[in-house]
Design a protein around this ligand. Structure first.
Ligand code: UGA
Length: 436
């Protein structure tokens, strides 16, 4: 099938490459010529495991192409909208500029019978408004939210755990859902749940999922705060409650909290939309979820200060990690970088290392010092702060090896990823998040 994908960022570029890999003929369209140039050469403009291979294969096969020219969408049966919906500069609501611009660009090239499939995360009610603009062309709007995780984006796109299609009522909606089933044929063939619903539900499914995940993380971080004043160990607490199948172990990792381009802005946009709908109180708890999350970054900073005897001024601090999570070079709303920036602001001599995110971090925070080699970053450091749990820090950094390089023996484990006993045994003062 011929497909077009508007927006070639983390979502759209992966979607375009993944759709080509399952046999579709795909054109990716983006307003950024640099992104398009890189993608056209089969090169990923950002780090995402498995994407580079998929792009190279797709471009070489002739099934995958990229352009800045929206007219290339003409003739595609399904047009995906995968542009960003960032937080507005002056408030909590989502900025729909890029979604509206993509629809404006697409409308002149739509034909009767085409499907427009919205994948961007939008405030509930958006799809209904967009459908009114699209309907006169004879095309049908479907809302088809995306649940991919960065770092697992390729796998999540080709083999998702569920597919959701918000469609209009009647035969038009049935036909649109059938066409989407054809698009996602490998997942459908293996019996992946395919939920056909209305626009509002499909939009809400996405924000509800992210709100739930954010709440789960802040819940365990709230337990970390209580553990800190009682001497309890939140990692053992999470292990114990997670054995209850109704609770489960995933997303119960206490630490410096969630970041990235999705969870923080999505819970804020949800609050803003609920206020607009006169139901602010229904999701008032999301403000608390946000507040707990942000407090954990400050807690990590306080632990560094405590570990260094009351002040970080003039101390060399190695910050292990810049990305908002491992297997990503994304630094949007990264708690790791926030901790580094705060320490730097307190007069510490901060050196940040990360296997993938240094370039992005340097562009955003040129005031920080960066060192790609882990061992060079920790050399002569007074303290080590682990803030992104890459394997090279969490699993592969032996405390004895660290001792041979650093000046001090203070380690702050912002992700509770290190073996506390092993570090203590090697002579280190270890601080975790919510554990003694
Ligand atoms: C999130 C959702 O998990 C995806 O399902 C969704 O599609 C995506 O947002 C989106 O809306 O596009 P992502 O932002 O890639 O995916 O990252 P997550 O894996 O959800 O991690 C988010 C943050 O939570 C990270 O900073 C991570 O370090 C943190 N986290 C995660 C914790 O602090 N503790 C945990 O136990 C788990």
């Amino acid at each position: 099938m011929r497909l077009s994908v508007f927006g070639c960022g983390y979502l759209g570029a992966v979607h375009a490459a993944a759709m080509a890999s399952i046999g579709h003929e795909v054109v990716g369209i983006d307003v950024d010529p640099r992104k398009i140039e890189s993608l056209s050469q089969g090169k990923a403009p950002f780090f995402e495991p498995g994407l580079a291979d998929l792009l190279a294969e797709g471009v070489a096969s002739g099934r995958l192409s990229f352009t800045t020219d929206a007219s290339a969408a003409q003739g595609a049966a399904v047009h995906f909208i995968g542009v960003g919906t960032p937080q507005q500069a002056d408030g909590y609501a989502a900025d729909l500029t890029y979604v509206n611009a993509a629809i404006d660009d697409l409308i002149p090239y739509l034909s009767a019978g085409d499907i427009v499939a919205g994948k961007s995360t939008v405030p509930v009610g958006t799809a209904g408004a967009l459908a009114e603009r699209i309907t006169p062309t004879g095309a049908t709007l479907v809302w088809n939210p995306e649940f991919l995780r960065e770092g697992w984006a390729v796998q999540d796109t080709i083999d998702p755990d569920r597919l959701v299609a918000g469609v209009p009522a009647g035969d038009e909606g049935i036909r649109a859902a059938d066409l989407l089933r054809e698009v996602y044929h490998p997942a459908v063939a293996k019996g992946t749940p395919f939920i056909v619903t209305d626009y509002a539900t499909s939009e809400l499914v996405k924000v509800a999922a992210n709100a739930f995940l954010a709440t789960k993380i802040s819940f365990i971080n709230a337990m970390a705060e209580i553990s800190e004043v009682t001497g309890a160990d939140v990692t053992q607490l999470a292990e114990a409650i997670g054995h209850d199948a109704r609770i489960g172990h995933r997303f119960l990792g206490a630490g410096i909290g969630f970041g990235g381009g999705c969870l923080p802005k999505d819970i804020r946009a949800f609050s803003a939309r609920a206020e607009e709908l006169g139901r602010g109180e229904s999701v008032a708890f999301l403000r608390e979820v946000d507040a707990i999350n942000l407090r954990r970054r400050e807690r990590a900073v306080q632990l560094v200060i405590e570990g260094l005897g009351g002040s970080v001024f003039g101390k060399k601090i190695a910050v292990l990690g810049a990305a908002f999570k491992p297997h990503s070079d994304d630094i949007r709303d990264s708690p790791a970088l926030d901790v580094a920036v705060r320490l730097n602001g307190l007069g510490a001599n901060v050196v940040v290392t990360d296997p993938e995110a240094i370039e992005n971090a340097r562009r955003k925070h040129p005031q920080l010092a960066y060192e790609p080699a882990r061992d060079e970053a920790i050399r002569d450091a007074d303290a080590i702060v682990l803030v992104t749990e890459w394997d090279e820090y969490r699993r592969d950094l032996a405390p004895e090896h660290a001792s041979s390089l650093t000046a001090g023996r203070v380690v702050i484990d912002g992700r509770n990823g290190l073996d506390a006993a092993a570090w203590r045994k090697a002579g280190w003062t270890y601080f975790g998040m919510g554990r003694p």
